[in-house]
Design a protein around this ligand. Structure first.
Ligand SMILES: C[S@@+](CC[C@H](N)C(=O)[O-])C[C@H]1O[C@@H](n2cnc3c(N)ncnc32)[C@H](O)[C@@H]1O
Length: 578
């Protein structure tokens, strides 16, 4: 004979005691016993639903709480917890409606107001979100969480300085609130203060090192503050905790792109997109890496996809504009650049290139207006306008203004003298050498240390751009010559007589470019085409490849014409004329 069942109240108390003590299995069993006796017992349905939420089974929890709400529609807590279930199952609008119902029933329910604000932020209704948060803060001025959510809503609404103040207050109230440190980091990055963002994420991680996206965010802040190795490590830490975290995969892609490893960057972006097909930054970045390896049409498709998801994505709009750039009809590109500026008036590249396009179109006043706006941006941009003025001022009758690096290489090769050596200086992972080798059946020669730059260049340390000593796969007509130019060029030249037909100079440094001209200067003559990959647009462009070439021009008494400028790719292409 089994013992008689306790009265319902007592049974519920017993279940609740187990639940509050964290003994979820026992509580689950006891709630179910009550529901076996009274299937519509509202409290048991609600509490069992909450237990499911705690276990991460939000859909099942939500279904139970919906049944509780049907039985007792006037319980604010039921609506609040139903909102949490909806939020956890990716239904922010339903969540907001549930939280709103909780607040309608209990206007002083501060936690429900916080939840309502967070749900409204997710829905993009920033104005209502801030209103809810301000009410929550007024009701519980000592709640760090309320301040944190208010900050988040303010940040999302673009009220960044007020958001900083809210996060500060949250952290004064509770210095151990890791999400507030993380939110502060996100905001500092938006305010272009990456070093402070690093400190904020580090503080979040000190409190809770298990959160993968804090690590990924730290990676982003390291990247923006130029600490690329630390960024790499932070992304790896993130992936160790969440194997397919799109932010971390996207971040690794950006690093690989910066290292010149475009194929690997493409692979990482594709992984990020597998995890989140609507990751607009990964789509945009994928476009950029594909463009660098000449997969132009695919790149355009990805920019368009990014824009279909987020129409005001200024970078994607800019990239699409540059992809649509045609010298013979500049208006489509200009329209996209205008759109990028409408989305983000301080977009440096959109402003600069729109200035150059208006100049090309003869709309000089507009061009000057854009350059003046550029000069008002916080970051120094003089080198950009200086580069444009140089390029425009040194154009000849046949100089083309291009924006695709392979187009510059193709045009240069086509217009070079018909025979002679074909050389590339700076091969790295082989992207441009593979393209050049595809233009001809003759042997092409690529020179690289494959252990990176021999000295620091700009903010890149010595050793940057390394393949770790590995030689890239190249076409059968390409020969690789590994080692520093100082050691490899002279012996090669001794064994390979004759003039230079075409060379791609992509070694960035003044000293390396000078070495090239010391060895091959006497082989360069009328019809030789030289494409430089970092000729202008860098802050110190007049001190790098440009300077080494100009010195060689004086030394050898060459005359030359510019065949093309590609200011986006920083390239210039010259043909020696005498
Ligand atoms: C920007 S990367 C080349 C990128 C490559 N052309 C591409 O399409 O991806 C520059 C390369 O120049 C090489 N380099 C620069 N100075 C060098 C030198 N003095 N000797 C050997 N390699 C050098 C670096 O090792 C690096 O791989």
């Amino acid at each position: 004979m089994s013992a008689p069942a306790p009265p319902l109240d007592e049974a519920l108390h017993r279940a609740l005691r187990e639940h509050q003590a964290g003994r979820l299995e026992a509580a689950d069993r006891l709630y179910r016993e009550i529901l076996d006796r009274v299937p519509d017992h509202a409290d048991a349905l609600h509490l069992l639903g909450c237990l499911y939420l705690q276990r991460g089974q939000a859909a099942a929890g939500g279904a139970l709480i919906e049944r509780a709400v049907a039985q007792a529609p006037d319980q604010p807590a039921y609506h609040n917890n139903l909102g949490l279930a909806y939020k956890d199952t990716g239904r922010p609008a339903d969540a907001a409606a549930a939280f709103r119902q909780a607040v309608t029933l209990a206007p002083d329910y501060a936690q429900a107001l916080v939840n309502l604000g967070a749900a409204l932020t997710l829905c993009g209704d920033h104005h209502s979100a801030i209103e809810a948060m301000e009410r929550a803060v007024a009701l519980s001025p000592a709640s760090a969480e309320a301040q944190n959510e208010l900050g988040h809503a303010l940040a999302e609404a673009g009220r960044r300085h007020e958001a900083v103040a809210a996060f500060r207050r949250a952290l004064e109230l509770d210095p151990n609130l890791a999400p507030a440190h993380n939110n502060m980091g996100n905001l500092l990055r938006l305010l272009q203060r990456p070093a402070e963002a690093v400190a904020a994420y580090q503080a979040a991680l000190k409190i809770d090192g298990s959160v993968a996206h804090y690590h990924a965010n730290l990676g982003g802040a390291y990247f923006e503050s130029g600490q690329l190795e630390a960024a790499w490590d932070a992304y790896q830490q993130a992936l160790a905790r969440a194997r397919a975290l799109p932010e971390a995969l996207n971040g690794l892609g950006v690093l690989l792109h910066k290292r010149g490893d475009y194929e690997q960057a493409v692979a990482r972006y594709r992984e990020a997109l597998k995890a989140d097909p609507r990751h607009v930054d990964a789509l945009n970045n994928l476009g950029n890496s594909l463009k660098m390896i000449g997969r132009f049409e695919e790149a355009v498709g990805h920019y368009r996809e990014a824009l279909s998801i987020k129409p005001a994505h200024a970078d994607a709009q800019f990239n699409l504009g540059m992809a649509l750039y045609r010298e013979e009809d500049l208006e489509p590109a200009a329209a996209d650049l205008e759109a990028a500026l409408a989305a983000q008036p301080e977009h440096e590249n959109a402003r600069f290139f729109l200035g150059t396009i208006r100049n090309q179109q003869g709309r000089v006043e507009e061009s000057l207006d854009h350059f003046a706006a550029l000069a008002r941006l916080p970051r120094p941009t003089d080198h950009l306008v200086d580069s444009w003025r140089y390029a425009w001022g040194h154009r000849g009758a046949n100089t083309r203004f291009l924006v695709q690096r392979f187009e510059v290489l193709e045009q240069g090769f086509r217009l070079a003298r018909p025979e002679g050596l074909v050389l590339e200086f700076g091969v790295l992972f082989g992207a441009s050498l593979r393209f050049i080798a595809g233009l001809t059946d003759q042997e092409v020669h690529g020179f690289d240390s494959f252990s990176g730059l021999p000295e620091a260049w700009g903010n890149k340390p010595a050793g940057f751009y390394t393949t770790g000593g590995a030689l890239p796969e190249v076409a059968p007509n390409a020969r690789l010559h590994a080692g520093y130019f100082e050691d490899t060029l002279a012996p090669f030249a001794a064994q390979h007589p004759g003039p230079v037909r075409f060379m791609n100079v992509d070694c960035d440094l003044y000293s390396s470019t000078r070495t090239i001209f010391e060895v091959f200067g006497p082989r360069i003559g009328p019809g030789t085409v030289i494409v430089f990959d970092e000729y202008l647009c860098n802050p110190d462009w007049r001190e790098d490849e440009f300077r080494a070439f100009q010195e060689a021009v004086v030394r050898h008494g060459w005359t030359y014409e510019y065949l093309a400028f590609n200011l986006q790719g920083k390239q210039a292409s010259v043909r020696i004329t005498g």
